[in-house]
Design a protein around this ligand. Structure first.
Ligand SMILES: Cc1ncc(COP(=O)(O)O)c(C=O)c1O
Length: 387
């Protein structure tokens, strides 16, 4: 029913993905496979909800409609077996801002915060910018996916006030198992460390894997964690700035809400509630069609690399439309890998080194593209690697 094969020109739409290529990569003529939004049409049920809202030609201050909460609550229950109450949920302008608020709300300057690199770049940037101390619990690339080092995790957590979990993990595409999450929760419990669980990619869990919300893994986890979620990644509406928190603990919630209030965190734009509500009310069928398409791209890339560019290995994602590519067999310094991609192959990917320790030698590719675009890109990569 939905056509993910359509190639859509995004040039001159003030979009980061394409219109910032020149500034970020030195050339506007690259194929954009970097920042995590999709080159698929934002689905009709969201666009229609926005158009309908526009028909009422007063764009004054918004207030959350009851349906906004109902849509979130029933989506979380149905898709993730996570039961939340209305009062547990609240709007945020984004997950990254939410992480910055949580750092400032719950920790002191100089506090240690554990993250698991290679990791989504803003985690470390936000910790650094707010003068807290990053504690790295490095993930190991075992077999074809990232694995936890729980012994090191405990050593890290014992020195920390907070742990920021990426569940599922970006850029590794790992869907942490319930058992792994239970183990991490037990360690955080032993050391009384607050957990921030960024679950923005949870709806993009691919076939064969099940997302376990951190708040579901134990009673302690439910009462000692803050979960950040969003409709924007799943439904390609990042430009609407609409995320939300889930905080079942009254004590933690009161503290966070007081922080938001004291800092006058801005109310949403007029489309944020409407679009999020529409996404969660009507998004199931679209998402059920999107996920196999992404899986098709993942399978295509992994198969193509194995057959045609064996020097480049893919870490197969269990969730997300992002794929972590291993260029280490080429034995090139990171700058030369960047040049190989942008300079020779004319492809704009995220530089692995920006994801912190363990990122050197890697690049992250965005597969939320029509398959024809991915095919073309891999052809260019092959030419560049094997001229
Ligand atoms: C793990 C993770 N968290 C947060 C974000 C961004 O969230 P937001 O746009 O709501 O700040 C992304 C976007 O790629 C992400 O991958």
């Amino acid at each position: 029913m939905y056509n993910f094969d359509e190639v859509i020109n995004r040039q001159n739409t003030a979009c980061l993905s394409v219109d910032a290529l020149e500034e970020r990569f030195g050339s506007a003529k690259l194929t954009s496979l970097w920042v995590a939004d999709m080159n698929f049409r934002t689905p009709d049920f969201i666009m229609n909800a926005i158009r309908k809202r526009c028909e009422h030609e007063i764009l004054g201050y918004p207030v959350a409609p009851e349906g906004y909460y109902e849509a979130i609550i029933s989506w979380l229950k149905k898709r993730h077996r996570l039961s939340v109450n209305k009062e547990d949920v609240g709007y945020l302008p984004g997950i990254v801002p939410g992480i910055a608020y949580a750092i400032n709300c719950y920790t002191q300057k100089g506090a240690g915060i554990v993250i698991q690199p290679p990791i989504y770049t803003p985690f470390s940037a936000t910790i650094n910018n707010n003068r807290r101390k990053i504690i790295y619990n490095r993930l190991a690339l075992g077999g074809n996916h990232f694995e936890l080092d729980l012994k090191d995790f405990e050593a890290c957590v014992s020195k920390a006030s907070m742990f920021i979990l990426c569940n599922p993990h970006n850029p590794g595409g790992r869907v942490w198992t319930r058992q792994e999450l239970e183990q991490m929760a037990a360690i955080c419990q032993r050391h009384n460390v607050l957990v921030i669980s960024d679950e923005i990619h949870c709806d993009l869990t691919l076939q064969g894997y099940t997302h376990a919300p951190f708040a579901n893994v134990s009673e302690w986890a439910r009462n000692n964690s803050i979960t950040f979620m969003s409709s924007t990644k799943t439904f390609n509406m990042a430009g609407l700035a609409s995320a939300f928190y889930v905080i079942p603990s009254k004590e933690l919630r009161n503290k966070f809400q007081a922080y938001l209030c004291n800092n006058e965190c801005a109310p949403p734009n007029i489309f944020a509630y409407t679009a999020t509500q529409a996404a969660f009310e009507s998004g199931e069928q679209w998402l059920n069609q999107l996920l196999p398409y992404i899986q098709g791209n993942v399978d295509f890339v992994t198969g193509y690399l194995q057959k045609n560019i064996p020097q480049v290995k893919a870490v197969k994602p269990q969730a997300t439309y992002l794929i972590w590519l291993d260029f280490r067999a080429l034995n090139l310094p990171q700058a030369a890998i960047r040049d190989l991609l942008a300079g020779k192959a004319k492809l704009a990917l995220n530089d692995g080194a920006t994801f912190g320790p363990g990122g050197e030698g890697f690049m992250r590719m965005n597969l939320a593209r029509p398959q024809s675009v991915i095919k073309q890109a891999l052809g260019q990569l092959k030419q560049a690697v094997q001229p």
